[in-house]
Unconditional design. Structure first.
Length: 451
């Protein structure tokens, strides 16, 4: 490398102040970029930095807010530019470099960001891997270790399967949408507590509002029911994390939630400066307490390799050698012929291939167009969203104005079925905004209405 960087690994568990320290250095710098794992977290940093009087812009897949005279940027990690130079870069949740689907984005930022200082925030699991990668890049690595402000306590009593044992400040974590809504209704019926709800299918703005209500002691909402989405991004005043289950459906079967994920979620209990500075973790059913105790005591799994995924230029070079092969087939052939050393692995392309198959027969799309559509944020299990994606791609291939295809909800959902319909509409709106950021804006005349 011609350009040697200083890397700082802020290593510690949840609620240890590691991200706070990195952001402090980011705000002190003359120029800086913050790379977030979540749109929600990028928005939070954007708002905080501007509130502190430092001009900061925001770029996510769905939105771009240019603040005049800003020299700082908060962005989702996939949107980070490797062409621009910065004094300080912050990469949050660096352990996600091992994620089987998105790990490539962390690897790309880690290897490619042009910054004098790169601050990495994460748990101890990725430290050895980062040390190994730094040995090959020649970057200088400094390690700063953090401990939780207050120890996380294990409550061995559980809730004994009794909804009436739910208390103010509890966050009940469930791993299915049906369980989340069952628990909300059951808690509000059996106790005087009212519940906020947070899960991945909700728009970021809705999750932020639910978090605000839960954090406000005067709002009347004292309990949070959430999915594993609570493990990252939101600042929450949680007294006790209660796992309704320690099993999660992985698409094929139910499996035990990993120790690292249990630690991440449980660590959200207790927050410095909140009503509950000391945090506890327990389970709803007594039979799950031993597994929770085992996970909390377990050492972090040591990351072995970082994720990679081919860039458009590589796919185009590959396509030149195989001119009659579809993008889906190209991805398969690329995976079959790629050779990586032990420090890297090729990320899974299941979702990308599903999108490639859906748009495969549309004529008039270049390889670059197809590749871009394949990275759009879509729930491939929702047929209405996939139909919308196909229609968007078809209209673009014909160089026509792309219609919105979704109504903007004008009121709150009245029941769970209507909420599910609103979630689908939100996903289509979000997809429309994402495409308008990645293709010429003139094809998306309804962008302002979608926003």
């Amino acid at each position: 490398r011609a350009f040697r960087r200083k890397l700082v690994y802020h290593c510690g568990p949840t609620n240890s102040g590691k991200t706070y320290s990195a952001l402090k250095r980011f705000m002190e710098a003359s120029t800086g970029i913050y790379c977030s794992p979540l749109r929600l977290l990028a928005m939070e940093v954007f708002e905080k930095v501007n509130a502190d009087g430092i001009y900061c812009s925001l770029i996510t897949g769905q939105e771009r807010k240019e603040v005049p005279f800003s020299q700082h940027l908060a962005c989702t990690i996939e949107m980070a530019s490797t062409q621009q130079s910065w004094e300080v870069a912050v990469i949050d949740e660096i352990q996600m470099i091992t994620d089987e689907f998105r790990g490539w984005a962390w690897t790309r930022a880690f290897l490619g960001l042009q910054a004098d200082e790169v601050h990495l925030c994460g748990d101890p699991s990725a430290l050895a891997l980062i040390q190994n990668l730094c040995a090959s890049t020649g970057d200088v690595l400094e390690e700063i270790t953090y401990e939780r402000f207050k120890p996380l306590l294990l409550d061995c009593r559980s809730l004994e399967g009794n909804i009436q044992n739910v208390q103010r400040g509890d966050c009940i974590v469930a791993f299915s949408r049906s369980d989340i809504f069952y628990l909300k209704q059951a808690i509000e019926k059996a106790t005087p507590n009212r519940c906020c709800v947070v899960y991945g299918g909700l728009p970021p703005e809705t999750r932020t509002e639910q978090a605000r209500l839960f954090n406000d002691p005067s709002s009347g909402f004292d309990v949070l029911v959430a999915s594993d989405a609570v493990g990252m991004g939101l600042n929450l005043n949680i007294r006790r994390i209660v796992f309704y289950s320690v099993n999660k459906f992985n698409g094929d079967t139910k499996t035990l939630v990993s120790a690292s994920q249990i630690k991440q979620i449980a660590g959200r209990a207790g927050r410095m400066g909140s009503l509950f500075p000391e945090g506890m973790a327990t389970t709803f059913f007594a039979s799950d307490v031993p597994y929770l105790a085992k996970c909390l005591k377990a050492p972090y799994d040591i990351a072995q390799s970082a994720g990679l995924f081919p860039a458009l230029e590589q796919i185009e070079l590959f396509a030149n050698q195989l001119p009659d092969v579809t993008l889906s087939q190209l991805l398969d052939r690329f995976s079959e012929t790629s050779q990586l050393d032990g420090s890297y692995f090729l990320c899974r392309n299941d979702q990308i291939k599903k999108v490639a198959l859906v748009i495969g027969k549309i004529k008039g799309l270049s390889m670059e167009d197809r590749f871009t559509f394949c990275f759009a944020p879509v729930n491939t299990r929702d047929p209405k969203v996939m139909v919308a994606l196909f229609q968007f791609a078809t209209a673009y291939s014909e160089k026509m104005d792309i219609p919105l295809l979704a109504k903007v909800p004008s009121r709150s959902a009245r029941d769970e079925l209507e909420l599910q319909r609103f979630e689908t509409q939100f996903q289509i709106l979000s997809l429309y905004l994402w495409l308008s950021q990645h293709f010429p804006e003139e094809f998306f005349p309804e962008r302002e209405r979608a926003e």
